[in-house]
Design a protein around this ligand. Sequence first.
Ligand SMILES: Cc1cc2nc3c(=O)[nH]c(=O)nc-3n(C[C@H](O)[C@H](O)[C@H](O)COP(=O)(O)O)c2cc1C
Ligand code: SF4
Ligand code: FES
Length: 666
Amino acid sequence: MATALPTAEPTVVERSFSPEAEAELQAIIKKYPEKRAALLPALRICEREFGCVDHGGMRLVAQKLDLTPAYVLGTVSFYTHFRRPSDGTFVIEVCRTLPCALRGADDFAKHVSRKLGIQPGETTKDGRFTLKNAECMAACDKAPVAQVNGYNWELLDPKTFDELLDQLMKDPGSFDLRKGCKDPYPWTAPAEPTAGRTRPDGERDYEHEALTHEPQLLRRCYKGRPATYAEYVADGGYKGSKAALAIAPAKVTEMVKDSGLRGRGGAGFLTGMKWGFIPSTEQVAGNRYLVINADESEPGTFKDRKLMEDDPHLLLEGIVIASHAIGANDAYIYIRGEMVYGAEVLEQAIAEAYQNGVFGPDALGFGKRLDCVVHRGAGAYICGEETALLSSLEGGRGYPRLKPPFPAIKGAWGQPTIVNNVETIANLPFMFGAFGKGLDWYKGLGTPGLAPGVDPKWPRGRLGSRGPKVWCVSGHVNRPGLYDVPFGLSLQQLIMDPRYCGGIRDGRKLKGIVPGGSSFQVLKADQVDVALCYDAIADAGSSVGSAAIFVFDDSTCMVNALWNVLRFYAHESCGQCTPCREGSGWMEKIVGRIERGMGTMEDLATIDAIADQACGKTICVFAEAFSWPAQSYIKQFKDEFVAHIKQRRCPQGGRLCAPSQARPQA
Ligand SMILES: Cc1cc2nc3c(=O)[nH]c(=O)nc-3n(C[C@H](O)[C@H](O)[C@H](O)COP(=O)(O)O)c2cc1C
Ligand code: SF4
Ligand code: FES
């Protein structure tokens, strides 16, 4: 929710931009159909020029963009990630969200607080450091994580943090803040020949396929630097976009429909079908826009970040294909404000792409203009919801909008718009012939669709789950990380097999799994033998969501885990709808009370009632995003909630889980 601005600033400093900054702002304004959309980028210029966004800067920006100072202030106050005048030289933000908390973030945060001698929200007396609590930074496999001025410091423990801090204090002017970023777990599939085979019972052997599958989406990742244009091309990149541009847009959309690609952002909606909703120019005249959802803020999700930071051209090639199909000349990549490095990588890759004629007035030599712009958010989970993202892109608070109309009909600046997730778009080059692949190869990966009634095991049929896929595993496994294995492998295999996550840490037992991100239902250990595909996970009572798999071992207090999840949602509700604004905070308080041994049995019924009052009655599905986990944790682990209430204490002494004995295995 909106952050409180300091109520009083002693003096409003009169601000003006340097000629270079002024020129930069004018160039930015030209990238958008309306001036107001340049608001967040203009505020970033203020941060750079003046060290923060202060009242003087906000007034200046208001004047430059023909807005009122009140409008600018109202917008800034919605976001948490602008540098404020009260911030120290270095802002240290420690992630406390569940996947990090499962790996010791709470103890680590206490250490940072002690080391700096300040509490979260405070600044050291010398003005050097400000400490803040933060939400998931899309690096959950490298927990505990902190950000320093927007750059990640990963796999922290007190010793590594102190060492980095000492180095920073010795030479604050030239210390490279990216030094704290770790990239330790390049996972590669065993080198066996790729071959399909069936099991003795005649079923398709997904385990064998997964084991012999070479990483596709992550192929150029884990080099410790982004793959260049030349490397991408040498691998067969940009062949897909060239082929697609030679095909009529409607046919490209048909091929994407045929591929079975489902959106990787959370809902699993069929991508080609969504594109098909774009009205013809006779129906709706004017521009079409492609907007890439690179907000990646669903706790536990960290695939898009890796794809963008390590292989940006894969996304850019997908953007060319999607823009062609929907008739867009402008593509915007809305990237999370916290992903400072990712935005830098994308800017550089886009510049390379322009130099090589991928974008520009004659994109790839096909006589069409295509421009691509990176737009940084500023710290608000809700901006991952597609209509909130569009509100933010247009230069406003990230408020979701009622659907219908859906963005495909009325999206950015009131025009037909397709919003797609990074990984969704990164799938496209494969089906159009990049890297020596093609549509048949694409359709052969994963689980096929099935009509209802054909297979007694799937009486309702299934939509299928096709194409390459990246899974994000965090929490209590030996090897948290990204796994590029196709749909169909079992969740059990992914978690337990030494070739993947290597089982549960410290030889403990599995207790529960969230398969799709913190907004979705938790499964119990006895449900782990389920195929990783949209249909099977839905049948098990949860969702593939954003493929963010959290693993809980038997030391986890599920009441405490739910409390953590609800703290996140109570903080992130945008506040427009009463059932969500009040319900999320109310649930969080109730579960906190139960965890501290002060709950009652009626509280459990109240949580259900709050969920019933919120779900389906709000502008967006954020209400479901906090209600589903609440209801499912209580249903699946009711005995733990009852034990807290009856014993009037947390049976585990208020700890989320046992501290880890071991560092993650490489
Ligand atoms: C509260 C909320 C947060 C969301 N966050 C993200 C996100 O961070 N990234 C994302 O791609 N989709 C997110 N989504 C889903 C988007 O609204 C949208 O469905 C998605 O970007 C569509 O792309 P796809 O069809 O390629 O999946 C979120 C949805 C909700 C309700
Ligand atoms: S449901 Fe919550 S997050 Fe969504 S619009 Fe309403 S208040 Fe905002
Ligand atoms: S980075 Fe901390 S929970 Fe994701």
